[in-house]
Ligand binder design. Structure first.
Ligand code: CU
Length: 187
């Protein structure tokens, strides 16, 4: 459609995300911005308003296309074994560190939230876990850091017993909160 370079809409999934994942864990926890701070949009701003407008249009078009492609491409920036859960509005791809998760040891979950169709990036995401069969949660409350728009890190999780755990992602967008859950069996 255009020669404006790689799709900008895939911002959370792009090549810059890899370094962000490995970057300082204290990176900005602010609300998701409309544009990627690291990608081609910053470069276009330097080139002047005219180019920026064209690239913004390309960004919007690519963003819509990215929604369609999200199911295939979500979480490309994640390293390690990737899992995914999806709902009508979102695909969430996630990877744990370490893999596999060990009983009684803290672990980290890096995850990408990819809106589908006309859904927008969430204002915030909460992560928690529970054992459905035992009706209890964790003894810890994880914190979530935004690494870049659509890419997050949850820290401070700990599964204190073996068995089936459900990892839950509460996606807050507008006045609605949508819960996506992935199942994990811990030996
Ligand atoms: Cu239990």
């Amino acid at each position: 459609m255009s020669s404006a370079g790689p799709p900008q809409g895939a911002c959370p999934l792009g090549g810059t995300a890899r370094s962000a994942v490995r970057g300082e864990p204290t990176s900005s926890a602010g609300p998701p911005q409309g544009a990627c701070p690291l990608g081609g949009t910053a470069r276009s701003a330097v080139r002047g308003d005219h180019t920026a407008v064209i690239r913004t249009t390309a960004l919007v078009a690519a963003w819509l296309a990215a929604g369609i492609a999200a199911a295939q491409a979500c979480g490309d920036a994640l390293t390690g074994a990737r899992h995914s859960v999806e709902s009508d509005h979102y695909v969430i791809a996630y990877a744990t560190t370490p893999t596999p998760v060990e009983v009684g040891k803290h672990f980290v979950v890096d995850f990408a939230v990819c809106p589908r169709g006309s859904a927008k990036l969430p204002q915030s995401v909460r992560v928690d876990a529970n054992m459905p069969e035992h009706r209890h949660g964790m003894n810890y409350r994880p914190g979530v850091t935004t690494l870049q728009p659509g890419l997050y890190r949850a820290e401070g999780l700990l599964f204190h017993m073996p068995g089936r755990w459900e990892l839950t992602f509460d996606v807050v967008a507008g006045s609605t909160t949508e819960r996506l859950a992935g199942s994990m069996r811990i030996e």
